[in-house]
Structure formats: structure tokens, C-alpha cells
Write a protein that binds this ligand. Sequence first.
Ligand SMILES: C[S@@+](CC[C@H](N)C(=O)[O-])C[C@H]1O[C@@H](n2cnc3c(N)ncnc32)[C@H](O)[C@@H]1O
Length: 247
Amino acid sequence: MQADTKTIKKSFAKSIDKYSEHAVVQNLTAKILATEIAKIETDFKTVLEIGAGAGVLTEQVREKLCFETFFANDLTEKSEKYVKKILPSSKFFAGDFRRINFRQKFDLIISNAVFQWFDNPEKVFSMCKNLLNPNGILAFTTFDKDNFSELKNITGLTLDYKTADEWKVLLGKDFEIIFDHGFEHVLYFDNPLEILAHLKNTGVNSLSEKPFSVLQVKKLCENYRHAYPDLRLTYKPLVFIVRNTAD
Ligand SMILES: C[S@@+](CC[C@H](N)C(=O)[O-])C[C@H]1O[C@@H](n2cnc3c(N)ncnc32)[C@H](O)[C@@H]1O
């Protein structure tokens, strides 16, 4: 399934205060992304971050890259406070990235753990291409097809994650791929309820439109324990850095 923008906004707005502390894997992917960008280039004039949230990637970029102007966007206006705390002179655009009319071009567009929420990544890539200066860089992380395979097996709920190869085909139409990397990161929990709390605190509960009933939660916990006694939750992150080659 693909969650609708209203549900995504609501669920991230709710989780934003707890997000950084619980988003173990997103913290890791932000670190990898910023480190890999810095190996390619460290100085940029204008940077745009899509879906900045609580500023997990913003923080990494401040540490590892140099830039003159930082622009940030998120569906929820609550994100502005977090971004401004890290980069007080940044400019913030609240709303759906796909609907914002940016008036300038960028040298670097970054995004951590956001692109899986777009039901039309092709459109987003062509927007990014139009927003990038020649030779500008788009760098983002997302998740592979088997992300949260445990949840999919138990509940049937999943986002329409793409495979690494599907992402590469889409990216190859508009960009030169200069870095791509996929890996697996497994988190272990003491209790199935902790898994549900982890998903809620990282905004992922927007997978289902209605909250689970008490009975559904009980059944889910039983099924999880039965299918995965070690109470694992598998993340499959993907990291891409691509360049806007001249047409
Ligand atoms: C998993 S969080 C990632 C937050 C942050 N990028 C990080 O490094 O942890 C996903 C973020 O993407 C934002 N988002 C989702 N769809 C969006 C859209 N269409 N336009 C702008 N932001 C969006 C959500 O509001 C949320 O803050």
C-alpha cells in the first residue's frame, strides 16, 4: 500500500518529538549519507533538504559539509523548529515537496528516509533534476523491497517498497549514479509491544489508516512471538548519490 499524504503528515507530526531518540537506523543512514557525500564533494553553495523532520540528517550535514545557504522542507511545519535549532539561518518551506514552487536552483538536494513515502518517485526525480544546477548532486536514502519483512509476513501491511534495481532504473533515466549501497540492519526487542511502540515513535504507524484494536494488538503480538521468537525487526536501507549530468 501507499499511505496518503494527510495520514503521513499526521503520524510524523505526532512522533516528531520522540523521533531522533528512537530512529536508530535513520540516524545510521544519515551518517552514512553525509559521509559519502563528503567523499565526493564538501563545498556547496545552496543545499535543499526534503523531509527534514526532526533534523537527523540536517545535523550530520552541518558537521560534515560546508554550504552558504540551507533550505529545508517537510510536510509538517513542526519540523521548522528542529531545523532552525541546528541551522538558525536556514530557510524553511512547510508542505508537500511536490507542491512547492521553489524559485532557485540548488547544488545539492538531500533526503533521509523519505522517498519511500512518495507514490510517484519518477515525478520527484524529474522535479529534482529541474531544481539542480548542472552537475548538482541528489543524495538520498530509502528502503529496499524486503524492509520490515516480519511485519509484512504477519500483518500483510507494507509500503510499496521498490527493489534497489528498480530505483536504479528510475534514477538512470535522469542521472549518473555515482554511489549506491544497500545493507541490512536488524533490531531486537524484548517485547512485541516495544516493536509497535518503535514503529509509532518513528512515524511508521501511518502504514495502516486506522489504529489497531486491543484484540488486533494482542493477536499481532502472539503471531510475532510465534513467527520470530527473537523479536527481530529487519531494516533494509538503500543509499544513493547521483549527479545531474548535462542533457
Ligand atoms: C522517516 S522521517 C525522516 C526524517 C528525517 N529526514 C531524518 O533524517 O530522520 C520522514 C519525513 O518525511 C516527511 N515527508 C513525508 N512525505 C513528504 C512530502 N511529500 N513532502 C515533504 N516531506 C515529507 C515526513 O513528514 C517526515 O518528517
